[in-house]
Design a binder for this molecule. Sequence first.
Ligand code: DOR
Length: 443
Amino acid sequence: MFIRNAQTLLPSGELAIADVEIHQGTIARVGAGLAIDNLDEYQVIDGSGLILLPGVIDPQVHFREPGLEHKEDLFTSSCACVRGGVTSFLEMPNTRPLTTTQAALDDKLARAASKSLVNFGFFIGATKENLPDLRTASPTCGIKVFMGSMHGPLLVDDAESLDRIFYRDVTDSTYENRLIAVHAENHARILARREEFSGETDVAIHSEIQDNQAALEATQLALRLSKLYQRRLHILHLSTGDEANLLRIEKPAWVTAEVTPQHLLLNTDAYQTIGTLAQMNPPLRSPRDQDVLWQALLDGVIDFIATDHAPHTLEEKAKGYPNTPSGMPGVQTSLPLMLTQAAQGRCTVAQVSRWMSTAVANAYGIAKKGAIAPGYDADLVLVDLATYQPFRREDVLSKCGWSPFEGWNLTGYPQVTIVGGQVAYDHGTIDPAVRGKALQFGH
Ligand code: DOR
């Protein structure tokens, strides 16, 4: 494959017109005016007028397979991925059965190999009892711990169980290096506040029940345990200014944090316009929280972006609070949303790409991803930053069929998405035969 004349994001962060030569799924050469002898043997893609970026790696998604396929499955979600420029994902364990054993991980890996258009990795979920599984699980991007806002075996909300999971057994180097990713909300506080506000049916109360304090307390606990054992910690979907300020003061080198586009771009006002479609965990916060999160991202206190793509059907979302499920889809909109912010001067295209690809690959130790350079995998996306278009419900490829960002006038939509040197999406058309590969982890 030969991609010609695109404004290409180079590893230096510079955007320059360049050509990219790809052989068997790997980038062979990058440079201006590359000479090719036998061009007719190449699949040539004209990148003129477009920007070429490394494919997005989305490090927190819920793709619902197995067990919850009425909401989403690995084929529909990966179609939404390629349309959104996402070429790899890391998926969460709250599927049915729960991904808490090696057998469940293996089942997901096999399903993804046969159905996913993009590359994939899976978290193993911690329970209060499955330490032996956590110790031996492989391959996995890490251990997911729901400290709160969960029910059933995946809820690990007591200090003793958390201590056991974070404890570093120096005789077991595989386990002691394994990343722990936490959903940090204090469950006891949420339960008490649910009681306090019981009978309330306005969804706006969701942000009061699962308040900033609930998030801050759990993040403090996770940080304390991580420091005690010097244990690799990743804080998922940071949502409050308080947590960002805490990390600004104390963030050991082995701790990373992420933020979602929806926590950056939506706030509690969204309940008035889109109702329960805005309900997620951790909840949307205030404009002040948004400002602090943005600044933390720009300053490197927050390391990267994840969508927490968590689709539910419109029927489920219409049940009425508090019977509505939390979560919203995100993989199809994350890149255009963030590139629109870049186009409007809030950040740069290079920063967006670092937050959505390079920094994720570095943090999870994903080999050969996150840069356009010789030797890297040809996971690429050509985006159009010249045109604005409203995001429309009829374009949503996620099985849930809706987006919280419908009607938003966005730029930076992917025109061509390439996964491992295969064109998976091209100007409105998906190639359903393309398949991604299992990601390889480890520094
Ligand atoms: O809003 C959310 N929905 N947050 C989560 O952590 C889980 C997710 C889901 O699976 O629906």
